[in-house]
Design a protein around this ligand. Structure first.
Ligand SMILES: [Zn+2]
Ligand SMILES: [Zn+2]
Length: 153
């Protein structure tokens, strides 16, 4: 299927991918389009795969899944890691289309709350850089209670 089959949005996604120096493929374009159209900003790989299968952006599941990881590597999408109890971690993905931010996962309503504190993050980056460390495009979420849930307790 030619990339033009997905219209202007597909073309824009292809450009964004190429701009990062990542080879353009249907799988990677599909990841961007599905993530852009996702009703919730933070979604898991499983949710994205399900959304892809119900979307017009059909690609092989393995290609699509690989695309999620490749775009995370390239910094086009961000991964937010959430410690999910003692046994596992959950990964959420989101478009890297706004300023970098922290996340707080609310244990009351199970939502990811975004916390924007650019000075803090800039300081973090500077500290790491000063020590020659380069963090990946992956952030761990803080765990706690959102404002509404904290007010109920
Ligand atoms: Zn809450
Ligand atoms: Zn976020």
């Amino acid at each position: 299927m030619p990339i033009s089959a997905w219209g202007e949005r597909g073309r824009q996604a292809a450009q964004a991918i190429a701009a990062r120096g990542v080879p353009v493929s249907l799988g990677r374009i599909a990841v961007l389009l599905v993530l852009q159209e996702s009703p919730s900003r933070h979604t898991t790989a499983e949710q994205l795969c399900r959304a892809m299968m119900e979307s017009p952006y059909q690609t092989a599941l393995s290609t699509f899944r690989a695309g999620i990881y490749e775009l995370t590597e390239s910094g086009l999408i961000w991964r937010v890691t959430l410690p999910a109890g003692s046994h596992a971690v959950t990964h959420y993905y989101e478009m890297a289309d706004c300023p970098a931010h922290e996340h707080l996962f609310c244990t009351g309503c199970h939502r990811l709350e975004e916390v924007f504190d650019e000075p803090l993050l800039a300081m973090q980056r500077a500290c790491l850089a000063a020590q020659g460390l380069r963090p990946a495009h992956v952030r761990s979420a803080l765990v706690g209670r959102c404002k509404a849930c904290a007010a109920q307790a």
